[in-house]
Design a protein around this ligand. Structure first.
Ligand code: HEC
Length: 108
């Protein structure tokens, strides 16, 4: 009786742990806007999108109206011939989150 109870408690605990792991893996990492501005210049996004994302050769992306997931998907595989791809090796998920947060802080 006691053993079954203990087994159930362990199973429940394992389920909670897995849920927590899943939730943290799926939620976007917290970004740092200051770093984001740095990565934006470092990866030369500025050459097409302008120093502050206000546009130039490429559309304005300041105050971007996309979810984080959609932003990362676009970076990894832009459905465009004029924008280069930025795979994980070039821009990590964390760096992408930094850029995203920075773009979001910019005025419309
Ligand atoms: C060589 C030029 C070029 C560079 C460099 C470039 N982009 Fe782009 N980007 C484009 C063009 C052109 C488009 C528009 C593509 C389209 O709509 O088909 C675009 C579109 C985008 C969009 C989608 C805009 C929307 O309306 O939703 C995002 C987000 C974006 N770029 C982010 C970035 C980031 C971040 C970087 C740097 C890591 C970057 N781009 C570097 C040319 C560039």
């Amino acid at each position: 009786m006691l053993n079954t109870f203990r087994a159930e408690a362990v199973t429940l605990l394992a389920v909670y742990l897995i849920l927590i792991l899943l939730l943290t893996a799926c939620s976007p990492p917290t970004g740092n806007a200051e770093n984001g501005q740095r990565w934006f210049a470092m990866h030369n996004c500025t050459s097409c999108h302008g120093k502050n994302g206000t546009g130039g050769r490429a559309p304005k992306i300041a105050a971007l109206n996309r979810s984080f997931g959609s932003f990362v998907r676009f970076l990894r595989n832009p459905d465009s011939t004029s924008m280069p791809r930025f795979p994980e090796e070039k821009i990590s998920k964390q760096d992408a989150a930094d850029i995203y947060i920075w773009l979001k802080t910019l005025p419309e």
